[in-house]
Design a protein around this ligand. Structure first.
Ligand code: DCP
Ligand code: MG
Length: 354
């Protein structure tokens, strides 16, 4: 494997920072981005002043104002965040064309071939952050590492307005104490499952043989084998327009009844939600949902449902029940997913997010 130099850049409390930029009177005050507290709205994010009170993304607005009564709640202005995000992108393009945005406020960059600053990725990241601050009056944090996994973890290390580098020679030491929850795809359900097995850090995972990992992680065993050692060969890819976001799992044993199928849903739903959260545009472009069964004779059948509503697990549960009624025979694979529309602009009325 050739040595790569990857930067993961992540804007600090992005939506809130953009609001502060355009409304300087907010500076120094606790700010949350979200709908009013008398609705079921949850916060998109909060600035660092508000975080001191335990106010953070995904917290219902009603609870946020209880934790911090003088919180200033601002409804999200996505067109503004998109336009600021484009300006950040233009700055990044001065350094490399190998940019993979993950959301409006995050991107991977492969700067292996960038010759600025004698090729020092640390200095390149510093300069990117300087330019963003000077030109856009926004701060960003960065992680610098030989791969995407470590760069993303590292960008959180010195947040806000800082950066952290994991040079190749420090990788082994860096991953040793890293919690398993840092590995992508490990959500709350999986983390809990691992905790119950006494697996807390990447070092704990490293101690397992591949066959043991297979028992726990199934088809993802090799990923966990590598990631727990700080190995990640994924390239930075400039992605085309995605048509769907789906997850599916083939089970070691066929599942022959509806209850057992439904019992598989929470883990799948969590995994799918994590993928949907990789880019806010996925939720904006949501046009339909599907569930997929593959039967023991390897024939597959999907059920599709058109909607722009943000799905709860209950919708998938209903779809699974309907799908089961069709054949009532054992399945070997269960999948759930979303169909995405072509254009971002036509669904920017973000009623969907509330
Ligand atoms: N976001 C959201 N809902 C979430 C998490 C995030 O709508 N549950 C949006 C709002 C954030 C943006 O995505 O501003 C970026 O997400 P981050 O997790 O990077 O959070 P911030 O940039 O707000 O804060 P940080 O400084 O921790 O990066
Ligand atoms: Mg951020």
């Amino acid at each position: 494997m050739s040595k790569r130099k990857i930067i993961h850049l992540d804007m600090d409390c992005f939506y809130a920072a953009v609001e502060e930029k355009f409304h300087p009177e907010l500076k120094g005050k606790p700010v949350g981005i979200g709908g009013p507290p008398n609705t079921r709205s949850v916060l998109c994010t909060a600035n660092y002043e508000a975080r001191k009170y335990g106010v953070k993304a995904a917290l219902p607005s009603s609870q946020a104002v209880r934790k911090c009564p003088h919180l200033i709640l601002i409804p999200p202005n996505f067109p503004l965040y998109i336009s600021e995000s484009k300006k950040v992108r233009e700055i990044l393009e001065r350094y490399t064309t190998k940019i993979e945005p993950l959301s409006l406020d995050e991107a991977y960059m492969d700067v292996t071939d960038c010759e600025l600053f004698q090729g020092s990725a640390t200095l390149i990241a510093k300069d990117i952050r300087r330019a963003i601050f000077e030109e856009l009056n926004l701060t960003a944090s960065a992680g610098i590492a030989p791969n995407k996994f470590l760069a993303k973890v590292a960008s959180d290390w010195k947040k806000p307005n800082g950066q952290f580098a994991v040079p190749p020679e420090n990788v082994a030491e860096f991953v040793r104490t890293l919690p398993v929850s840092s590995i992508f795809g490990v959500g709350k359900v999986t983390a809990e499952k691992l905790k119950n097995k006494g697996l807390h850090t990447c070092e704990d995972i490293q101690k397992l043989e591949l066959f043991e990992l297979k028992k726990i992680f199934g088809s993802r065993a090799m990923d966990f084998f590598n990631l727990s050692r700080g190995i990640d060969d994924r390239e930075v890819i400039v992605e085309g327009l995605r048509k769907s976001v789906s997850v599916e799992e083939t089970y070691n044993q066929d599942i022959d009844n509806l209850d057992a199928i439904l019992a598989k849903l929470p883990e799948l739903f969590e995994d799918w939600n994590l993928r949907m959260d990789r880019k806010p545009e996925y939720r904006e472009r949501l046009r339909g949902l599907h569930v997929k069964f593959k039967y023991t004779d390897f024939t597959a059948s999907t059920r599709d449902f058109s909607t722009t509503e943000q799905p709860s697990m209950a919708i998938f549960e209903k779809m699974i029940r309907e799908q089961w009624e069709k054949r009532k025979t054992p399945i070997r694979l269960l999948g759930i997913g979303a169909r995405l529309g072509e254009s971002e602009q036509d669904s920017l009325q973000l009623k969907l997010l509330f």
